[in-house]
Design a protein around this ligand. Structure first.
Ligand SMILES: [Zn+2]
Length: 283
């Protein structure tokens, strides 16, 4: 059995301030150690429960967060960004998917680092008229590949707002309970390890007993992006398939989630380009 894991940082326990999230951040080393420890626990328990191959997509920022020293031989680690299919690279051909360290969507009250995919440019993202989190965006992508998401571990609020609502068959493990955008409580790693191992075990049992379903988006996929600024919508509108809805909003239709994800990723990369031009113009 081959299992896919996507690992983000913002929903990891104890990760609460911007200094945890960037390569040069003052607490970045602490955050990557935490993410590595949590990921190794999940890998080990998956292996104990029948996963003989595991693909891990390092999925935050530059996507080189996980430390590699203790990586088991049955694990293939995908690192580095930009790359095709971003946070879900390597999911093709897998039997199940897990998301670790996931966080709430942009605009969620009192939830650490609430954002959707790109905090610089994306104010709100909708798929087929439903506002989505990264869990739902990536879950729909996996659904296109017929891969069910069997477990999500991360911020309690994401699990309540999105995972339980849209994928009630998915096992949830709360790694933190947020008090604000930059504060959260988490139990000691010993307790987190116990809960995560129990979660992985029941997620694998659900999979084997065919209780886990793929999250399938209706086709064609209609994606709507509300940007943080009109700058980004001006750039997005240059693509003929993109329609301008209002100052900050664009919409496009794609044949399936794989194509929609590609266009969305491209629009985010274009936003990064626009932002860098604007910063150059200020100096
Ligand atoms: Zn992230």
């Amino acid at each position: 059995m081959r299992v896919f894991i996507s690992v983000d940082l913002e929903g990891m326990p104890y990760v609460v301030i911007p200094g945890h999230l960037t390569l040069k951040g003052t607490l970045y080393d602490e955050a990557r150690k935490i993410a590595t420890r949590v990921s190794l626990i999940a890998m080990d328990e998956l292996h104990n429960n029948g996963a003989d191959e595991i693909v891990v997509a390092d999925s935050h920022g530059p996507m080189v967060n996980l430390l590699v020293d203790e990586l088991p031989e049955y694990v293939e680690l995908i690192r580095g960004y930009p790359r095709p299919s971003s946070m879900v690279a390597g999911a093709e051909g897998c039997d199940a998917g897990l998301f670790l360290g996931y966080h709430s969507k942009a605009g969620t009250a009192k939830s650490t680092f609430d954002h959707t995919y790109n905090s610089l440019s994306v104010h709100r993202l909708e798929i087929n008229r439903v506002e989505v989190s990264e869990f739902l965006l990536n879950g729909y992508y996996l659904g296109d590949l017929k891969v069910p998401v069997i477990l999500v571990a991360g911020d309690y609020q994401l699990l309540e707002d999105d995972v339980k609502r849209y994928a009630p068959w998915t096992v949830t493990v709360a790694l933190k309970r947020s008090l604000s955008r930059s504060s959260a409580g988490s139990f000691g790693l010993g307790r987190i390890e116990k809960e995560l191992r129990a979660g992985v075990k029941s997620a694998m049992a659900n999979l084997k007993e065919h209780r886990a379903k793929a999250l399938v988006a209706d086709r064609p996929v209609r994606m709507r992006v509300v940007f943080q600024s009109t700058y980004f919508a001006d750039a997005a509108e240059l693509l003929p398939l993109v329609r301008r809805i209002d100052g900050r909003t664009v919409e496009f239709t794609a044949a399936n989630m794989t194509e929609a994800y590609g266009v969305f990723e491209f629009l985010c990369l274009a936003s990064g380009g626009v932002d860098s031009i604007k910063r150059d113009q200020q100096t």
